[in-house]
Each structure stands twice: as structure tokens, then as C-alpha cells.
Design a protein around this ligand. Sequence first.
Ligand code: NDP
Length: 284
Amino acid sequence: MPNYKAELIGVFGHPVADNPTVVMHEAAFAELGMNWRYLTIEVFPADLENAIRGIRAFNMKGINLTIPHKVNVLKYLDEIKPDAALMGAVNTVINVNNWLIGENTDGKGFMYALTHDAEFDPSGKNVVILGAGGAARAISAELALAGAKTISIVNRHDDRGKILTKLITTKTSAKAQFMKWESGYKIPSGTDILINATSIGLFPDINEKPDISYDSIKDNMIVCDVIPTPTTPFLRESQKRGAKILDGLGMLVYQGAIGFKLWTGKDAPVNVMHKALSKAFSIT
Ligand code: NDP
């Protein structure tokens, strides 16, 4: 007898229509011959609690959270994994027998891209992060746990920047400082890793780049972007100054691959996922 029932996962966000994650998970299911579906679901902030109930009601295997739900979702879950608790943000929910577990794979995806693709060990290094939102939180927490020496948070608004700086200094052994982002911000000369963790450069604003002094970028730095399109103006300008660069596509694929394993128990076909996303980005 055929069994047409698919297992369900997906993403809750608002706005979510441009979120490309579905492309890589559907490609992975097709590759492995799995009857699973990844649904892209628009959820308004006021509906998040009901949407989380929906995970249980439909017996979904889990869900990704994207803007603006990553922080608010914590109060609706049964368990929060330690890294996600440290960051105060969840991007992946796993449903184990109706018990909802919150995890954060964003920072882990970044770390995998940094250490495997760029072969860069952040231990003992000085880091400058532009931005203090969810992505900056996830990345800075993982870098701190991996032994980064100093983390400078550079942000436009003081409140978020100071909160993140305090979080790192009180909950990890890394030294952190907050720097107010002024126009033409100069990257300090001792910086080893510079990361754009803002949304500047995200589609459709693909020609935008962070307002920093690009001449302060030196050839001994590695410069990373969370924006998942292959080469952003930020990375192009950094490369012109001799810096090694790392785009956000690897981070996106690896955070998805980690989630895939948590939901399905199977190793994700990373190359297939990478190829599917690259193709999607070449169309947009
Ligand atoms: P948030 O909204 O939580 O944070 C956005 C950050 O960007 C804030 O620090 C904000 O500063 C800053 N910012 C936005 N616009 C400007 C500007 N014009 N000038 C200066 N600072 C600015 O978003 P997230 O942290 O969740 O996401 C950030 C980016 O990371 C998004 O583009 C997202 O797509 C990407 N991302 C990529 C992932 C990947 O796997 N590659 C995974 C997760 C996210 P302020 O606090 O002052 O407002």
C-alpha cells in the first residue's frame, strides 16, 4: 500500500517570502529520496504562540525561525540547548515526541565555514563584528566559546550593542567591548577577523555596503559576511585590500545541514544543498 503522508518541517518568519532555505532542504530530500516537505510559512509576531502550537498539532518534526521570531520563541519551548540559551536566540526547533527543543545553528554554521572552508582557527584572535542583532549574537557567542581573545561589537544603536557586549563578558571568558558605529569606522590594526553581521547588502539592496574605512582593512585579516550572496560589495572591497574573504553562503548551508541532521537523523548532502542555493541566488 502506498503511504502518501509526508513528514513536515519548515520556517516561520515575517516577512518570509524571500527566504531561500526551502530550496536547499527540498534538494536534500530529493537527493536522499525522502518523503519530507519544507514549508515557508508567514507568521505575524502576534500569532507566534499559536504557530508553535501548530507544530504539535500537525506533528511537524521541527521548524526554523527567522526574523522576527528568534528571541520571542524561547518562552513557548520545553527545553533550550545551552548555546541557544547563552545567545538568547533560537533558529531551530526540534520536535521529539511532542517535546519542543530550541537550538541555534547559525553560529555553528558560521564556525564550520570559518574552520573548514577558510581553514581559520579563531582561538586567541581579535574579532570585530559589525552589528549586534541575532546573527551577531550567534556568531560572537560561538567565537567566544571557541577561545577568541577579544570581541569588539560595533553597532549603530547603543542599546543592542551594549547588551551583546555585556552578554559576552558576563557569560564567556572572552574580553568584549562596545564601539559606537560612526561613519567611516576604522578597523583597528590588530584585528584578525572582521565580520559583517548586519543586514546591509541583503537582497534587494545588493549594492549597499557597511560604512567603514575600507583602507583600514589589511591583508593579514580574514573578512566574513553573513549575507549569503556569493560576493557582496563589502567582500569585494576587502579583497581589493588583500584580505582573505568568506561569504555567508557556506554559513547558510552548514546551519541548514546541522538542522537537517537534528530533524531527520541523517547526514545532509551538503554539496547538493550548496549547489541548489547557489543556483537560487544566481536567479535572484
Ligand atoms: P537583526 O535585525 O537582528 O539585526 C540587524 C543588525 O544590522 C543590527 O545590528 C542593526 O543595527 C544592523 N543594521 C541594519 N541596517 C543597518 C545600517 N544601515 N547601518 C548600520 N547597521 C545596520 O538581523 P539578524 O542579525 O537576524 O540578521 C542580520 C543579517 O544576517 C540578515 O541579512 C540575515 O539574512 C543574515 N543571516 C545570515 C545567515 C546565514 O546563514 N548566512 C543566518 C542568519 C542571518 P541596529 O541594532 O543599530 O538597528
